[in-house]
Design a protein around this ligand. Structure first.
Ligand SMILES: Nc1ncnc2c1ncn2[C@@H]1O[C@H](COP(=O)(O)OP(=O)(O)OP(=O)(O)O)[C@@H](O)[C@H]1O
Ligand SMILES: [Mg+2]
Length: 349
């Protein structure tokens, strides 16, 4: 069998000229299988496989991205400036040409079925650009028409009311403040009732109130079944909002994890005890604790869960004392999601 008649996962390529594998990966991908084994994320909405992107400048912005975003979840994409977040989003949304690899949205290939996938997707872009001389109402209403949807003024009215833009509907966009313009961008993205919504740094430069309103709206959209992918540099927002988190660094997706798992990591705290005398082996009486000795044997590290009912610290100190192990100082350290993120990115620098 000729090499080019199969996909990288070994499945048969029906049409040798077809550039993108549309759906064969869904049930064979290790990432998907792992999710399925946990009984979650059984329904993929966006499937990205082996996606690579090199810009005309020669810069390779994405390196073999594999990602499954499931129907109805809120997925946060984190990463430092220039990591490739906007590139990835722009490819899925059909704004930037993909390089190698495949992307499907609700089972439709983004290249061969671009009209379909674009109609499913709403995008609030990172950069604000609107038809400045138009009114809010016309801008948002026109946006719906662009996707070939029949006018639905009741829907547009609802969107503008939800975003507190109703009173501004007759104002020209150029007369609005930056935060209000961002609301208009969100209204535009929702005008054609997308089932997948991308929010690329929606809260950059936005005041506290809009941020709160925006997240309330995102939650409502999710409750109505919309799949949401967002990027943010405010990591506590991801912690607050996301079901899952992906970290992208220099064009590579280095972590994709359930938020509850991340919260579990967050809940981990370390107690460090500087011992009077170095210890080489810990006594059996302490084998029930999650303990580590540092290289010199003069520091004992106890990892515990702050969310547990008990930390176990009192019992540990008592048992240490009974075992004749004394300490001269102690300190605690907690990993925040931000710390985990910073560590991950630094490790790969
Ligand atoms: N049109 C382009 N031509 C050449 N290089 C580009 C182009 N667009 C983006 N890049 C480069 O690709 C890399 C990824 O950019 P991208 O905008 O995807 O990053 P990002 O993760 O969204 O960053 P930020 O957090 O700053 O928004 C950057 O190095 C950027 O300079
Ligand atoms: Mg960006």
């Amino acid at each position: 069998m000729a090499e080019d008649s199969t996909w990288p996962d070994g499945t048969l390529r029906a049409d040798p000229d077809q550039k993108y594998n549309t759906n064969q990966f869904i049930f064979s991908s290790p990432m998907y299988a792992a999710e399925d084994a946990n009984g979650t994320h059984a329904d993929p909405m966006i499937v990205v496989r082996g996606l690579d992107k090199t810009y005309a400048s020669g810069f390779r912005a994405l390196k073999g991205i594999d990602l499954t975003v499931c129907r109805g979840e809120i997925f946060a994409l984190l990463g430092p400036n220039g990591a490739g977040k906007t590139t990835l989003i722009s490819i899925i949304c059909g704004i930037v040409n993909p390089g190698h690899g495949s992307v499907t949205v609700d089972g439709h290939d983004i290249v061969r079925e671009w009209r379909k996938t674009r109609s499913i997707i709403g995008l609030v872009p990172q950069e604000l650009h609107t038809d400045a001389f138009e009114t809010v109402w016309n801008t948002v209403r026109f946006s719906r028409g662009l996707f070939g949807k029949a006018p639905d003024d009741a829907h547009i009215e609802q969107v503008l009311k939800d975003l507190s833009l109703w009173d501004r509907r007759h104002n020209k966009v150029l007369t609005l403040s930056g935060g209000m313009k961002r609301r208009v961008m969100i209204a535009k993205a929702l005008a054609h009732q997308p089932t997948v919504l991308f929010l690329d740094e929606p809260t950059a430069g936005v005041d506290v109130e809009l941020r709160r309103d925006m997240w309330a709206m995102v939650r409502r959209l999710r409750e109505s079944g919309v799949t949401i992918i967002l990027t943010t540099h405010y990591i506590e927002e991801a912690e607050d909002m996301a079901d899952r988190v992906g970290v992208i660094h220099k064009g590579e997706l280095i972590v994709v994890e359930d938020k509850t798992t991340l919260m579990h990591k967050l809940g981990k705290k370390q107690l460090r005890l500087q011992l009077h005398e170095p210890v080489t082996v810990l006594p059996d009486a302490l084998s029930g604790y999650k303990l580590e000795l540092n290289g010199n044997g003069d520091e004992l590290i106890y990892t515990y869960d702050t969310r547990g009912e008990r930390t176990g610290i009192t019992a540990l100190l008592r048992d240490l004392s009974a075992a004749g192990i004394g300490f001269k100082d102690l300190s605690t350290r907690q990993d925040s999601l931000e710390q985990i993120f910073v560590d991950l990115v630094r490790e790969r620098a």
